[in-house]
Ligand binder design. Structure first.
Ligand code: HEC
Ligand code: HEC
Length: 189
């Protein structure tokens, strides 16, 4: 198993705070909290994947154990840092639906053309591909460059996070409802 670098909790908190301040305009007010149940649809666009209901697309949940399939959807690095155990670096979960609940298993990477998280350095050159396992979880090291980017590649299609990654604790922002400006889960393209 590859060694995974340790990162101090303070750097995560700092990064999250910065993201909170700078992420406010990302959605131009469209990052609604999904409260409206029966709004009139927009005729000129397809179904919005971010308006999916809360649920569990895979229909399967975490069954316990501390391993690479643990706690899908929950902030991995925060817990590992607090408990002083478990890998840190880049860890998170990819989903087929935007608002799947905590501990709902994500996509099986193998069912999406060996889906992976592409890690890109500050020049947008890919430096790593983190495979997505049977419950949607992925993990790996943060790259050497202070600034880096990520994208989810599934079935040959890409969904890229526009801003630089503020923290490798992906699920801390990509929660069921979305936190710190994120629209929800890390969603397949
Ligand atoms: C609520 C706390 C908590 C959360 C959330 C959590 N973990 Fe862990 N994890 C632990 C603890 C504690 C250990 C160490 C347990 C042990 O070694 O017995 C651990 C260990 C691990 C290990 C190492 C297992 C080994 O054999 O050495 C992996 C891999 C792992 N976690 C992946 C993840 C991933 C991926 C996520 C998020 C999707 C995650 N964890 C979320 C608490 C957590
Ligand atoms: C501090 C909060 C935060 C963290 C941590 C974070 N993200 Fe994001 N993510 C966002 C925000 C906000 C957006 C939407 C704006 C953008 O794309 O820059 C986003 C967008 C995305 C998207 C594109 C979604 C779309 O609109 O199509 C992907 C994919 C993604 N993130 C993956 C990741 C991965 C993988 C990680 C962990 C390495 C991660 N994110 C960590 C906040 C975060």
């Amino acid at each position: 198993m590859p060694s995974i670098q340790r990162r101090h909790l303070f750097s995560f908190l700092l990064a999250a705070g910065v993201a909170s301040a700078s992420g406010a305009g990302c959605y131009g007010g469209a990052a609604g909290d999904g409260g409206s149940a029966g709004g009139g649809g927009t005729a000129d666009s397809g179904p919005d994947p971010w308006s999916a209901p809360v649920g569990c697309a895979s229909g399967a949940h975490y069954v316990g154990g501390a391993n690479s399939r643990m706690e899908p959807g929950v902030a991995c690095v925060s817990c590992h840092t607090q408990s002083g155990e478990g890998p840190v670096g880049i860890l998170g979960t990819a989903y087929a639906s935007a608002h799947d609940e905590d501990r709902c298993n994500g996509i099986a990477g193998s069912a999406y053309g060996d889906a992976y998280i592409s890690v890109l350095d500050d020049q947008h050159v890919e430096v790593a591909q983190l495979p997505i396992n049977a419950v949607g979880n992925f993990m790996g090291n943060e790259p050497a460059s202070a600034t880096y980017y990520v994208a989810l590649v599934a079935n040959g299609q890409t969904r890229e996070m526009a801003m630089a990654v503020p923290s490798g604790d992906c699920n801390s922002c990509h929660t069921q409802d979305g936190a710190v400006g994120a629209p929800g889960r890390i969603l397949v393209p």
